[in-house]
Design a protein around this ligand. Structure first.
Ligand SMILES: O=C(O)CCC(=O)C(=O)O
Ligand SMILES: [Fe+2]
Length: 328
């Protein structure tokens, strides 16, 4: 694809960018430089090297990411295709709870490089030990869990909606899809959804009438305060909600939330990611979830790797000891 293909297309079509063969080789080259088996992604010196290397990513990829950062389009998602993920080099899909990627293998390095082109990679100390690259894999016995270890339908949410420093972007890269190739990342954009809502409903959603609690997997979170679900410019609001854990404080607020859920359902998109595909979800503009799928736990299950990115690291400085990349 040419550079032109990654410009924002007509309304309603998610933005996408496909790496050329030469660009894929260039990204692989940068990732190989970072793929030191003795290194550790979470080492601040490795993060510094990755940030420097990100400035050498192919220009067309950098331009697509930069354009998306300026305006995430109607859908709030940028799909990047053709990153260096080679099935024959992958170990078996992990099956343990809380699995993370400390070793800078080529796919994880490519994910961090792309993430660093967007902003600063961050993680949460209370979630998966603060690892910067997390595995999203199905875990035996956790099938019904509303989180990334589950394999039932995952309800739509913004990432860490309960947290004052929720990330600006969630980035998911596919190493393997499920056996049946049916598992899909679901996204719905608030830009599309609010157009379907009456003025009164939007107004209610913009009032502090909702409490979003932290998931059980997030240890020691603060007691949440009532907040609005829609925030910012009423004509182009930000969204902060988790349909598994946002509780309305009254009946009117509950009705408004239900209308919002229905609006999101009607504008939903499904991304069946294949190896080397990466989706950048703007966490202020889009909610995301996942279709159900059937894991086999045979080492070939669906495997995504995930990072979070913040655009203004300074804003969360009080919560990042030593000015590092991990939020307390
Ligand atoms: O499995 C997916 O496609 C998305 C899971 C999810 O919500 C996440 O990892 O943040
Ligand atoms: Fe999520």
């Amino acid at each position: 694809m040419t550079l032109l293909d990654s410009r924002e297309p007509e309304a309603g079509v998610p933005m996408s960018h496909e790496l050329t063969e030469a660009d894929r080789r260039a990204v692989r080259g940068l990732a190989v430089e970072l793929a030191d088996p003795a290194g550790r992604i979470d080492d601040p010196a490795w993060v510094d090297r990755a940030r420097e290397s990100a400035s050498r990513l192919p220009a067309a990829l950098g331009a697509a990411v930069r354009r998306f950062r300026r305006d995430p389009g109607r859908e709030g998602v940028l799909q990047i295709r053709g990153l260096p993920v080679d099935e024959q080099d992958l170990p078996p899909t992990p099956t343990v709870p809380g699995s993370v990627q400390h070793e800078p293998a080529v796919p994880a390095a490519a994910l961090v490089l792309t993430s660093m082109q967007l902003g600063e990679v961050v993680a949460f100390r209370q979630e998966k030990g603060g690892a910067l690259v997390q595995n999203v894999v199905p875990v035996p016995g956790k099938e019904d869990f509303q989180g990334n270890a589950g394999s039932v339908r995952l309800k739509m949410h913004t990432e860490n909606a309960f947290h004052r420093n929720s990330p600006d972007y969630v980035i998911l890269m596919c190493l393997r899809n499920d056996h049946d190739n049916v598992a899909g990342l679901l996204t719905s954009s608030v830009r599309c959804a609010v157009e379907l809502l009456p003025e009164k409903t939007r107004e209610v959603l913009g009032q502090p009438r909702y409490i979003t609690s932290a998931p059980g997997s997030f240890e020691g979170a603060e007691t949440p305060l009532p907040r609005p679900v829609l925030d910012g410019d009423p004509d182009d609001p930000d969204i902060r909600v988790d349909f598994a854990s946002t509780d309305p404080l009254d009946v009117t607020a509950a009705n408004a939330l239900d209308q919002l859920r229905q609006a999101f359902d009607s504008v939903r998109r499904t991304f069946v990611l294949t190896p080397g595909d990466l989706a950048i979800v703007d966490n202020r503009i889009a909610v995301h979830g996942r279709t159900s799928f059937r894991p086999r736990y045979d080492g070939r299950d669906r495997w995504l790797q995930r990072t979070y990115v913040t655009l203004d690291a300074r804003r969360s400085r009080p919560a990042r000891p030593g000015n590092g990349n991990v939020l307390n």
